[in-house]
Design a protein around this ligand. Sequence first.
Ligand code: 13P
Length: 255
Amino acid sequence: MPIKKYIIANWKMNLNLAESVNLAKEMKEKFSGFDQGEVVVCPSILALSEVEKILKGGKAILGAQNVFWEDKGMYTGEISADMLAEVGCKYVILGHSDRRKYLFENYEMIHKKVRAVMETEKLTPIVCIGETLEEKESDKRDFVLVEQLQQALSGIDVFGEQRVIVAYEPVWALGTGTAIDPAEAEYAHKIIKLALNDMFGMRVVSKNFSVIYGGSINSKNVKSFANLENMDGLLVGGASLKAEEFYKVAKSIVN
Ligand code: 13P
């Protein structure tokens, strides 16, 4: 059976608890008849429990924006994969460029997070990679993507039906309102799939891995991303903060 496309909302730090609850209610309603793709909503940690109560029984599934790699202990401010699973999370974003930029998260840390998440077998990791403007302008993109993948994922075991989502997010296209040229995204996704094939073998990659795009996707530009090769879904920031807009994005990518 072909794997459904992912449409993942990353609310980042945009909504307080009351706003998150309201938007979750709207999302549940909007997506009530939506079966063509896997819809994931990632609120802030503060709102996870309340949003889960609302989403329960609906089509949208809960995800988190970050996790720590240890189970428990003296790690002030951190949250483990088991803790996320306990409140109903099924997905977790790892190594988002916002965290790489502002919190100096690096791929050694991201690797530990991927390992911890895969070992729990309770959460699907959404592993973010992507070049900066400087890397793009110095023609290093392909090299950077392969290196980030290797650092994040080499030596990781993928068991049975476990899924791994790789999100290609060119850092320079996030939050700008202008997505990259779809042909560029298609090319980058091909590079990513080839690198994954080298690391895990084609069979595992086609069965267990998905590659999705993130960066200024909205209801107006999404159509040109819908039928690209190796495009398994979208990670959406700004356009996921309005239920109607996010629904339009989701409908366009699965049609
Ligand atoms: P925007 O869609 O707002 O560019 O954000 C993309 C993103 O960072 C999703 O993780």
